[in-house]
Every structure is written in structure tokens, then in C-alpha cells.
Design a protein around this ligand. Structure first.
Ligand code: PHE
Length: 342
């Protein structure tokens, strides 16, 4: 009898009722007249007289425990129903809900990848403010006042006279580096930039660039080209072809536009490359001696190259994304597709 009581106590303690049926089952088994506890009271007459008293005490305890537990179960079930099962009595037999791991934003992944490629070539990473003065964003970069080149970059002004702007390119960070460091300087500067443009599939008013700057003795245009070629092949594969197209920037001379070969096989290829097979990803050139001098670097002794590339552009090429707006809409179905870059 003692063992039976112990076993029932154990059973009562373990009992969980997540439904009315389970509660009723409990009531039938432990509380009702025909319950197992009731049966045990019936068996009392078979207990030896000298043990009867102690057994009676135990049995009463069992009965009280069963009733206490019943009250608890009722309360728990009510709470469970009130919270619609959100704080459910745990059902340990259910398979676990898998933890879904998040991933880094595709732009972050591409930026990290770019940074690691250049780090292996000996470039440091530098940063600068997104709110810039006119000197760092324009004047030191050889944009004369009222020069039409300023119009090329539709600027968001924060203050006028003196002008404070949201930087229109990461080239402002070049100026900050050249002002504060002595050559050799070898750095890349990833960051957010702003232009007052209507948002479309191909343009946004907020986007990201990575700037590169290398200043030392005898830095040549060949060094620039080889650095960019190596970078493009690391990012897009060994067979990647690049092209440098003559262009103009006030702060580089000579200047070029950097294109990546995309192909003309499909109709879509021809559309995104406007039939040429090439996609532009940024600008580059030899740092204009005037810029070196404005930043206190002797242009007789040092030369350098600089480049600035669009991170969204590079990500769109890498992943064949057709619309720039997808990057900022935060649609989980879009973001989910980007497993870490390798
Ligand atoms: N700053 C230029 C742009 O945003 C790109 C560039 C950077 C060009 C460095 C040449 C050298 O268009």
C-alpha cells in the first residue's frame, strides 16, 4: 500500500493538463468517488491494525495533495486559455521550433569582402564624417567655386555660407587623410554618401561608396590599373575583364571610368549594359598635383592614385539584382537569399 501511495504521489506531481479533457481525466482518476485514491480508502480494512493509523495519515495526505494539485491545474488551464497558449504548459514531446539564424545585409557582406581584398594588398581602412564642410567635399578636391562640376553631384545642403553638406562622395575622406598623414598612404574608405536624386531602380539619394587612395614615390597609372584588375578578379572571379575609359574628375588627372565586363549573351545582359557588354562601377585616376599641394603633400616628390566605386553597383553585379530599391526595403524574402559571401 505504501508503494502504491508513493507511485500515485509521483504521478500527481508530474501531471499536466493543457485541455479540459486532460483535466477531467485527472478528476476521474484522482478526485472522483471511483478514483484510485477512493479505492485505496477501501483497501484500508486489509491493513494490519498496528499500521492502520500511520497509513490513514498517509492516505489523507495523498488525498489532500490530489485536491491541491487539482486546484492548481484548473488555475493553470485558465491562464493557458487566457494567453491563448502563448505561455503554454510546455509539451516536452513536441519537436523544437528551429532557431532561424539571421544573416548580414548583402551590402555589408559585399563591403566586408571588398575590405578584405584590399587589406590583403596592404590597404588600411579609414573613415570620415558624413556631414562635411565645403572644403573637404569640394574645394580641396579642386572644384572651384561656381564650377559646373559641382552640379554633377546634386548636393544636399545643411547650411549655407559657409556651406555644410551631406558628403556627395567618399573622396572627402581622402582629403582628411592627406591633411593628417604623411606618405606613404595606402587606404580604403568605405561609407555612406548622399545625393539629391529621385529614387528609381538605378539611383538613390543614399548609397555607399568605397574610396581608395595610394600615395607614395613613383606611383603610376599602371599600378592603378593592376590594383583594380586584381581587385575585380578577387571579387568576381579569375576570368573577369576590366576596362578603363577616359573621363573627367576635377581631382584626378588623367581620369578614367572603371567598367567590368558583364557580357551580351542574353536580352537582359544587353539591356543592363545598353548593348555594350560593359558595366560601370566607379571612377579613378591619378591624384591631381593641385590636390596634393592643397593637402600639404609635395607633388614633386609624391604621386598617387585614387578610385571611388559604388558598393550597391558592385553588389548588383555580383548578385544580378535589377533594382537598387530592394536594398533599403528590408523585405525579409529578399534579404534571406544572401548567405554569407565567400
Ligand atoms: N568621387 C568620384 C565620384 O563619386 C569617384 C572618384 C573617386 C573618381 C576617386 C576618381 C577618384 O563620382
Amino acid at each position: 500500500m505504501n508503494e502504491k501511495i508513493e507511485a500515485l504521489l509521483e504521478e500527481i506531481n508530474q501531471y499536466q493538463a493543457a485541455s479540459d479533457e486532460a483535466l477531467e481525466e485527472y478528476r476521474m482518476r484522482f478526485i472522483s468517488r471511483k478514483s484510485v485514491v477512493g479505492d485505496l480508502f477501501g483497501e484500508m480494512k486489509d491493513v494490519a491494525p498496528e499500521q492502520r493509523k500511520a497509513m490513514g495519515v498517509k492516505l489523507n495526505e495523498l488525498k489532500n495533495t490530489a485536491q491541491e494539485k487539482f486546484k492548481q491545474l484548473i488555475a493553470q488551464l485558465e491562464q493557458y486559455k487566457a494567453t491563448k497558449g502563448t505561455q503554454a504548459v510546455p509539451d516536452l514531446t513536441l519537436p523544437p521550433i528551429p532557431d532561424t539564424l539571421g544573416a548580414m545585409h548583402p551590402l555589408t557582406q559585399v563591403r566586408n569582402r571588398i575590405v578584405s581584398i584590399f587589406e590583403r594588398m596592404g590597404f588600411n581602412v579609414a573613415e570620415g564624417p558624413e556631414i562635411e564642410d565645403d572644403w573637404h567635399n569640394f574645394t580641396a578636391l579642386n572644384f572651384p567655386l561656381n564650377h559646373p562640376a559641382r552640379e554633377m553631384q546634386d548636393t544636399f545642403f545643411i547650411e549655407k555660407d559657409p556651406d555644410i553638406v551631406l558628403r556627395t562622395h567618399t573622396s572627402s575622406v581622402q582629403v582628411r587623410l592627406m591633411e593628417t598623414q604623411k606618405p606613404p598612404i595606402r587606404a580604403i574608405m568605405p561609407g555612406r554618401v548622399y545625393r539629391n536624386e529621385a529614387i528609381s531602380a538605378r539611383a538613390h539619394c543614399v548609397f555607399h561608396q568605397v574610396e581608395g587612395l595610394y600615395i607614395d614615390r613613383n606611383v603610376s597609372f599602371a599600378d592603378l590599373k593592376q590594383t583594380l584588375l586584381h581587385f575585380a578578379r578577387e571579387l568576381y572571379g579569375k576570368e573577369t575583364k576590366i576596362r578603363l575609359r577616359p573621363s573627367f574628375f576635377p581631382f584626378t588627372e588623367p581620369s578614367a571610368e572603371l567598367d567590368i565586363y558583364w557580357g551580351t549573351e542574353t536580352e537582359a545582359d544587353r539591356r543592363v549594359t545598353k548593348g555594350t557588354g560593359w558595366l560601370e562601377i566607379g571612377g579613378c585616376g591619378m591624384v591631381d598635383p593641385f590636390v596634393l599641394e592643397s593637402c600639404g603633400i609635395d607633388s614633386q616628390e609624391f604621386t598617387g592614385f585614387a578610385f571611388g566605386m559604388g558598393i550597391e553597383r558592385m553588389a548588383m553585379i555580383k548578385y544580378q539584382i535589377k533594382d537598387l530599391r530592394l536594398f533599403t526595403e528590408n523585405d525579409i524574402r529578399f534579404l534571406k537569399q544572401f548567405t554569407p559571401f565567400n
